[in-house]
Design a protein around this ligand. Structure first.
Ligand SMILES: Cc1cc2nc3c(=O)[nH]c(=O)nc-3n(C[C@H](O)[C@H](O)[C@H](O)COP(=O)(O)O)c2cc1C
Length: 399
């Protein structure tokens, strides 16, 4: 089912519901908005009708499409999200009151329910509100914790609606989680590493981290526990995912090894620097003191080490090549005991580094290969995670 019901109540943060709709639409999901009567004091239903392309529902006894729409709609959705949720709607749902469309609908819904509260800090922390939240949690309702910060009432504190990105990310996980990823730790590395010469200068590469961040997001949506080990990139941390920030190849190595025993899958999509400076300086080296040739040493080969230490983990490597990409990648895969190799041809400027698109070959140790033609990195990550899911299910590892 590709439809989500979005309950919108009369909180001052109601305007953020527009971003939530847009983010769902980017995921090809249809959004049916349900407003409380009081929410229409802030925004007219037509606003959400225009954004969502679906007639906004407000009243229980005024259904044009179907006379008992609270029942028919319940069977069509994969999630009921209420964002923003007032203290009032939380109290109503906790007590089973059904005196308008949204609260009546809640009782008819069998799919997961997610609530994103938004209110003044005193209202949120009030023992009555907390007791209502606990009661709903005990009944299986999921919550997106509100954030701390500046509130519309002019005060600082907790109770601010979580970001639309976070709310949508958690929603997608509720819809898309798959049993194969449940209780599995997936470690993803992303971005470049930096090898310092002195506090100012470093050796690095053009990796943007976009591919790794999409892979981490996709793994999270499918229900895995995800640790994203990220070199220095410009991307915001994905919601719900533990991010370990690292700088050098050695930092990245240590971070990966920290999680390796517990990991079911490791996806090494980072572009780890191959070289580091033989000698580094804590102070900025003066221009006149810089030698004309600088000696480099090799950095640790993390993938090779993971291959050596492997005990059941699925190891996925990325290769960025400019010539004979497939031949070189096959050789690397065998040498490093990988279970899947994702090969980028980085001689092309329309894909790969810094681009939002990618085209990759997937290679397996048994000689099987698959081309994922040029598409967004989001879609590429979806395909890769589908293959990983099949491999985890079939336990076809290169151990
Ligand atoms: C300007 C204004 C802003 C409000 N913002 C919130 C809010 O952020 N959270 C909340 O729980 N209630 C807020 N309220 C109070 C609710 O609108 C009120 O409790 C209402 O009865 C809730 O109705 P509903 O849950 O059916 O939408 C606000 C009221 C006003 C007048």
């Amino acid at each position: 089912m590709n439809k989500i019901a979005l309950g919108v109540t009369s909180s001052i943060s109601i305007f953020k519901a527009a971003d939530i709709i847009r983010l769902f639409q980017k995921e090809d999901l249809t959004v049916q908005v349900i407003m409380t009567d009081r929410a229409t004091n802030f925004i007219q239903p037509e606003f959400f009708t225009a954004l969502s392309g679906q007639p906004t529902i407000v009243k229980l006894f005024d259904q044009k499409k179907h006379p008992i729409e609270h029942i028919t709609l319940a069977a069509e959705i994969s999630l009921l999200l209420i964002a923003p949720a007032t203290a009032n709607i939380i109290a109503k749902l906790a007590s089973g009151l059904a005196d308008d469309f949204l609260s009546t609908f809640y009782l008819a819904v069998k799919s997961p329910v997610l609530i994103a509260p938004a209110m003044n800090e005193a209202m949120f922390l009030h023992p009555q509100t907390q007791a209502n939240i606990k009661k709903l949690r005990d009944l299986g309702v999921a919550f997106v914790e509100p954030e701390s910060g500046y509130l519309a009432c002019g005060q600082q504190g907790s109770g601010r609606l979580a970001s639309p990105e976070k709310i949508v990310q958690i929603s997608l996980r509720l819809i898309r989680q798959q049993p194969v990823f449940k209780d599995k730790l997936i470690v993803v590395t992303a971005g470049p590493t930096r090898e310092a010469l002195d506090p100012i200068r470093f050796l690095s590469n053009r990796s943007s981290g976009k591919m790794g961040y999409e892979l981490a997001r996709e793994a999270y949506e499918r229900g895995a526990e995800v640790v994203l080990i990220s070199g220095p990139v410009e991307l915001p941390p994905p919601a719900g995912i533990k991010v370990e920030k690292v700088i050098s190849a050695e930092d990245m190595r240590q971070a990966v090894l920290k999680y390796y025993d517990r990991a079911s899958v490791v996806i090494m999509s980072a572009a780890v620097s191959d070289f580091k400076f033989s000698q580094t300086s804590q102070e900025k080296i003066k221009k006149e003191d810089l030698p004309s040739a600088i000696k480099l040493d090799r950095t640790p080969d993390i993938l090779e080490e993971l291959g050596r230490l492997k005990r059941g983990q699925l190891l996925v490597g990325f290769a960025a090549e400019t010539s004979e990409p497939k031949v070189r990648a096959q050789e690397k895969m065998k040498r490093k005991k990988l279970d899947l190799m994702v090969v980028n041809d980085v001689s092309r400027h329309d894909i790969g580094f810094e681009s939002d698109d990618n085209e990759v070959y997937l290679l397996w140790p048994d000689g099987r290969e698959r081309l994922i033609g040029k598409t967004s990195k989001k879609k590429v990550s979806r395909e890769i995670l589908t293959e990983i899911g099949a491999m985890v299910n079939g336990r076809k590892g290169n151990n």
